[in-house]
Design a protein around this ligand. Structure first.
Ligand SMILES: C[S@@+](CC[C@H](N)C(=O)[O-])C[C@H]1O[C@@H](n2cnc3c(N)ncnc32)[C@H](O)[C@@H]1O
Length: 219
């Protein structure tokens, strides 16, 4: 028994993977295809992808948002969990990164669910708000440039319906949020964590999964 989350050593982490991960073959293939990428560390872990898929199914989510696609693993995890007529508004600025994932979205037969928008995510989200889509989304995942997280959060909060969920990645930032690191990314995440803690527009949980995953449910 423990009153705090365990740090998993390699053996116990492998046990978690061996006893819980149920990846579609396209998910495993996409992880393999990303492994040699110089920024492979940006990809979420398989247990986080599966957890987010479970959240999507629990919520019965149909309209979803992702800010930060990279090679498309988290988008694939969400799209696989959506019903066939579900949609993911996938925001990124890199054609190079997102092109890597698209054959795997095809392989998993979820390409039709993913609306990939290649321009700064703040512009994409503002455009959706301008066309009257506030309150119409069920779920959003934020995983892009850290200094814009607060802007993504505010826009996603408007786009979500009541009871909708925002999942925010990297909120523990390899532990740097609990240090005096003054880099712009750390300072932005520290400020967001303080703001979220006091934000009575949402119900909140900061989970020590991956690099820290904050769940904020719109009240
Ligand atoms: C941490 S990676 C996303 C990882 C992805 N969720 C996964 O599981 O593989 C961050 C992504 O954010 C994108 N990005 C950076 N700045 C952005 C911006 N202003 N608008 C949209 N995407 C941006 C990058 O191109 C990169 O692909």
């Amino acid at each position: 028994m423990s009153d705090r989350t365990l740090n998993l050593d390699d053996k116990l982490y492998q046990y978690v993977l061996d006893h819980s991960i149920r990846e579609h073959p396209a998910q495993k293939a996409l992880r393999d295809a990303t492994r040699s990428h110089p920024y492979a560390g940006m990809q979420i872990s398989p247990e986080q992808g599966q957890f987010m898929g479970l959240l999507i199914k629990l919520m019965g989510a149909r309209r979803t948002i992702e800010v930060g696609v990279f090679t498309g693993y988290s988008a694939l995890a969400v799209a696989l969990a959506l019903p066939d007529d579900g949609k993911l508004l996938a925001c990124d600025i890199s054609n190079e990164y997102t092109q890597i994932g698209q054959p795997f979205w095809e392989q998993a037969q979820v390409r039709h669910k993913i609306d990939l928008q290649l321009r700064p995510a703040l512009e994409t989200l503002d455009a959706r708000l301008a066309t009257g889509e506030a309150g119409q989304y069920d779920f959003a995942f934020i995983d892009a440039d850290k200094t814009s997280y607060d802007g993504y959060y505010e826009r996603c909060l408007q786009l979500l319906r009541r009871g909708g969920l925002i999942a925010i990645d990297n909120t523990l930032w390899s532990g740097k949020v609990a240090t005096h690191d003054t880099s712009a990314d750390t300072v932005a995440l520290q400020a967001l964590n303080i703001k979220l803690h006091q934000d009575d527009r949402v119900d909140l949980s900061l989970l020590p999964i991956g690099d820290g995953l904050t769940l904020a449910r719109k009240r």
